[in-house]
Design a protein around this ligand. Structure first.
Ligand code: PMT
Length: 220
């Protein structure tokens, strides 16, 4: 692993879940722990990058030499990501962004008198797609969390979201993906794919950063 492979580059990484408020005490979210994104931020900083970590609510300690921006909702993550990604060289979307948010957030705690209730949801903006659509776009890497057809769905996301690279993980396996210390991924490019077997997220992050550094700056 070459130290300094990302020296002089600005790298922006999203990590963790987002929380979409239903009322002051309840929210919609998912099981992302932030481990994958924090490991990537640590590896990017180690490789010499100016590293910005945009993190949803997690219980991890921010890595050294990384500027961490704490956000809660998908909308907040979107605004921070677009602001930071503009003018950056590399954007990695490892966050598990909530796809939908409640249309209305109640200002008061909702009473539990009714036997049934319905929460109407509206789609959140797609952060990584918006970054990939910037005029001066960074090299844009997405993740794909799938429970079946890993390569096909990952390739679909690569094309639909106009990404340079997709890192796909099978989140139906509890020993990898969400909240585990290890991950096993398929790195999907337009014409090729490479499987990386199950390994600790810190080690995987270094391998992924080395690969991305090589793709973005092949002469180094
Ligand atoms: O945090 P950990 O516990 O370590 O778990 C790691 C992880 C499983 C969360 C991570 O490896 C991972 O797969 N992250 C992406 C999770 C996800 O939401 O995948 P997706 O297939 O739904 O989304 C595809 C891509 O679009 C992702 O890069 C996602 O960040 C991005 N996206 C999705 C929706 C949205 N509104 N905006 C986005 O940017």
């Amino acid at each position: 692993f070459e130290t300094g492979a990302l020296a002089g580059k600005k790298v922006v990484i999203t990590a963790g879940p987002t929380r979409e408020a239903i009322d002051p005490v309840r929210y919609i979210s998912n099981h992302s722990s932030g481990k994958m994104g924090y490991a990537l931020a640590e590896a990017a900083a180690e490789a010499g990058a100016e590293t910005i970590l945009i993190s949803g609510p997690v219980s991890l300690t921010p890595p050294d030499r990384v500027r961490t921006i704490a956000v809660t909702s998908a909308q907040e993550m979107y605004e921070a990501a677009l602001h930071e990604a503009d003018g950056s060289e590399l954007f990695i979307a490892s966050a598990a962004v909530a796809d939908y948010r409640p249309v209305q957030t109640s200002q008061q705690k909702i009473k539990k008198d009714a036997a049934e209730m319905t929460i109407e949801l509206v789609k959140n903006p797609d952060i990584v797609s918006a970054v990939a659509a910037l005029a001066n776009r960074p090299f844009t890497v997405g993740f794909a969390a799938e429970t079946a057809n890993l390569e096909n769905y990952a390739r679909g996301k690569l094309e639909r979201k106009n990404l340079d690279l997709v890192i796909a993980n099978d989140v139906s396996d509890r020993t990898i993906g969400f909240n585990s210390d290890d991950n096993e991924v398929l790195v999907v490019e337009m014409n090729t794919s490479e499987a990386i077997p199950k390994i600790n997220k810190s080690i995987l992050a270094r391998q992924l950063i080395a690969k991305i550094a090589e793709m973005t700056n092949p002469t180094k």
